[in-house]
Design a protein around this ligand. Structure first.
Ligand SMILES: NC(=O)c1ccc[n+]([C@@H]2O[C@H](COP(=O)([O-])OP(=O)(O)OC[C@H]3O[C@@H](n4cnc5c(N)ncnc54)[C@H](O)[C@@H]3O)[C@@H](O)[C@H]2O)c1
Length: 321
């Protein structure tokens, strides 16, 4: 183990939020690359079903644990001695974070601090953090580049920004390279459509499968920058395991705005005879357009969202991928 730490090879990776939507795809991608992986998750929104493939690997282990339990997290890191950590565990619901700002702070800021401190104590070389486009708030300068001033408008976005700020200095103070990836709208298999806070794609997709009408809030011309989960997992894994990639802040987005009406067209091409959508009043606080600029991640990390929207929507119809 010590030898690997000294040679710069990244072979042991810790993943927090491993049983979640993005976490489980990330574990699968790491295992496919031959890495030894330990997943941590308290299963608050995640499920062991998502890890069915990962759990078949001898090189995968799982611990049901809360990232806020400081001494347990320190022990898990000390036992595993990761070369890199991918920190995805979070309170992900914007409305719940809004109603429970202390809980949002505890999980989304202090939880990040606990993970980062445990990692640095074990001389972990890289930490990759799941940040969010929510740090930009309602900016109208589209597409959003990383140079756009941050102005989060909710507790969740504020906590993501605070986590970025506490992670970035680790490069100088602890020689641990932090990479903060600002995800836009991630979609794909295993996203939980039962959650009222789930992505619009999984909610629409499930309605189509069940032959029910979808509800569109507003006129349907609002746009989102959707990225397929396996493309995200690929970028996350590269950021954690490629020792020559520089850290910093990167948007992970497609750079293409898709309207909700285009999403419905894509679903209609797969599910024939779907009922007409129900249009309701635009919801207070909903963004009209969200669009990221992926240039920096493309130029520095070599990231491109390779899965076309039509292909991603088709793959979504085979849920156990
Ligand atoms: N899905 C998106 O479009 C999107 C966009 C921007 C950012 N993100 C971020 O990506 C990360 C993963 O999100 P996701 O969509 O996979 O959500 P998810 O809910 O499927 O995954 C989060 C996981 O973290 C676990 N978790 C929550 N609190 C925990 C705690 N205190 N201790 C241990 N585990 C805990 C949950 O059980 C869950 O498995 C999150 O940090 C989220 O904020 C996601």
């Amino acid at each position: 183990m010590e030898d690997q730490k000294n040679t710069g090879e990244i072979s042991r990776v810790m993943v927090t939020g491993a049983a979640g939507f993005i976490g489980s795809h990330t574990c699968d991608a790491l295992l496919q690359k031959g890495k030894t992986v330990t997943g941590i998750d308290n299963l608050s929104t995640g499920s062991l079903d998502n890890l069915a493939d990962a759990l078949r690997h001898d090189t995968f282990s799982f611990h049901q644990a809360d990232i806020c339990e400081t001494s347990l997290i320190a022990k898990l890191f000390n036992d595993f001695q990761p070369d890199a950590v991918i920190h995805l565990a979070a309170l992900v619901s914007v409305p719940i974070a809004e109603e429970n700002p202390d809980e949002n702070d505890r999980i989304n800021v202090l939880g990040t601090k606990t993970v980062a401190q445990a990692a640095s104590t074990c001389a972990t070389k890289r930490i990759v953090f799941a940040s969010s486009a929510a740090v930009y708030g309602n900016s109208e300068h589209l597409p959003l580049s990383e140079a756009e001033p941050t102005n989060p408008i909710n507790q969740y976005g504020k906590a993501k920004l605070e986590s970025e700020s506490l992670l970035l200095p680790y490069e100088k103070s602890h020689a641990m390279i932090p990479t903060c990836l600002r995800f836009f709208n991630v979609y794909g298999p295993r996203q939980d459509p039962d959650s009222p806070y789930s992505g619009v794609i999984s909610i629409f997709s499930r309605a189509c499968i069940q032959g029910e009408p979808v509800t569109v809030f507003g006129d349907g011309h609002q746009t989102r920058d959707f990225v397929f989960v396996k493309d995200i997992a690929h970028a996350v894994v590269a950021s954690a395991t490629n020792p020559i990639l520089p850290g910093g802040i990167y948007n992970l987005c497609s750079g293409t705005g898709i309207t909700l009406l285009e999403l419905l067209d894509a679903l209609a091409s797969i599910h024939h005879d779907i009922p007409a959508p129900l249009f309701k009043e635009k919801r207070e606080g909903d963004l009209r357009h969200s669009l990221g600029d992926p240039s920096r991640a493309r130029e520095i990390l070599g990231f491109t969202a390779t899965t076309s929207f039509a292909e991603g929507i088709r793959k979504l119809q085979t849920p156990n991928q």
